[in-house]
Design a protein around this ligand. Structure first.
Ligand code: ADP
Length: 351
């Protein structure tokens, strides 16, 4: 059975076609610059038409959907009520869910009768307990606006946790695992017995670790202070925190960790500082999650930095476990979010 995995961004569509259950990757590709000036591809519908012109025999489609709020705790087969609920999540994920929805609606038209499945980045974290997901804010904000920690990269954290259990030859239900997804966006999750019990990203993907261009945790009072000092409006301060902060903002060099390491090696002090704060924050979260789970059997590193930059992994773990009296295994496991989506979709459509 061929399952097509679609990941729609605001101006791009990534796809992979898997033969299931063998998990063989049959083809993959990327369409960029959708809707941009001078682009031949005007919208997601046109982009998917191009993709579907290249592949044949699709039995089901799996869509990555960023935000499922509290409405979706696991992957679901898409029908009209599901589409309505994904649309309702747009208010809290205005940057991502509209593109995901555009992909779903286009596939519905282009592949009538083919089952579509939605897999949510937030779903894996729906097992986080209320004391970990509730912010110290007026409770009314949670009730009225759904303001709470949701967490992201769930598909990646879930995938590498499952792979870790295979490598360790132990049931996932018996393992305490800390998964570190370190790419441009970065997040760490505490996975206790296969369930996410805490994660570093929050209501949005801005909270937690220092990332390529995102600040991660800061004093919340800084937002209004910066607005006053620099005379910024809401849009400008959101831009500063999401696009001009993190590794790029501190170093003034780049958001790319490879360039930062080269720059630091040549003596650039701010590049060195950016790497130090990046690593320091990872250590704090690993330590905190070992405390949360009362132990840890394995720490997993994944995504661009986690998979490729041993120096960062080493600095993040050096001396850490000795002082905590526990010696987890440290594993590097390449993430494969698309394969995880294919597995979930196959699980729902195989009968
Ligand atoms: P995204 O979150 O955009 O998917 P990636 O997982 O590709 O990001 O990670 C990008 C980060 O990984 C960058 O900081 C980059 O410097 C770093 N990196 C290190 N080695 C590699 C590599 N071989 N390929 C891609 N990214 C790498």
């Amino acid at each position: 059975m061929k399952i097509l995995i679609i990941n729609c961004g605001s101006s791009s569509i990534k796809y992979k076609l898997f033969e299931m259950p063998g998990e063989k990757l049959v083809s993959k590709g990327l369409i960029e610059h959708i809707g941009e000036k001078g682009s031949a591809v005007g919208d997601h519908y046109a982009g998917l038409k191009v993709i579907l012109g290249k592949i044949k025999g699709v039995s089901a489609v799996g869509h990555r959907v960023v935000h499922g709020a509290e409405k979706f705790k696991k992957p679901v087969i898409i029908d009209d009520p599901v589409i309505r609920k994904i649309r309702q999540c747009v208010t809290i994920a205005p940057l991502h869910n509209p593109a995901n929805l555009a992909g779903i609606l286009a596939c519905k038209k282009l592949l009538p009768g083919v089952t579509q499945v939605a897999v949510f980045d937030t779903a894996f974290h729906q097992t986080i307990p209320p004391y970990a997901y509730t912010y110290g804010l007026p409770f009314e904000l949670y009730k009225r606006f759904g303001i709470r920690k949701y967490g992201f990269h769930g598909t990646s954290h879930e995938f590498v946790a499952h792979e870790a259990a295979k490598i360790l030859r132990k049931p996932l239900a018996k393992l305490k695992i800390i998964t570190c997804h370190l790419g441009n966006g970065c997040s760490i999750t505490a996975v206790d017995g296969g369930r996410s019990v805490d994660t570093s990203m929050g209501f949005t993907p801005l909270e937690g670790l220092v990332m390529g261009t995102r600040s991660g945790d800061i004093d919340p009072a800084l937002v209004t202070y910066i607005m006053r000092k620099k005379k910024l409006d809401i849009h400008a301060v959101e831009n500063l925190l999401n696009k001009a902060s993190g590794l790029k903002g501190v170093s003034g060099v780049s958001n790319d960790m490879r360039l930062l390491e080269r720059s630091a090696a040549k003596g650039n002090k701010r590049a060195k500082l950016a790497i130090e704060i990046f690593v320091y924050r990872i250590r704090k979260y690993i330590g905190a999650y070992m405390a949360v789970m009362k132990g840890c059997d394995a720490v997993i590193f994944t995504a661009g930095i986690g998979e490729n930059q041993g120096s960062i992994r080493r600095k993040a773990c050096e001396g850490l476990f000795f002082c905590l009296g526990s010696k987890p295994k440290v594993l590097v496991i390449p993430t494969n979010e698309e394969l995880m989506i294919a597995r979930s979709a196959y699980g729902l459509v195989k009968y």
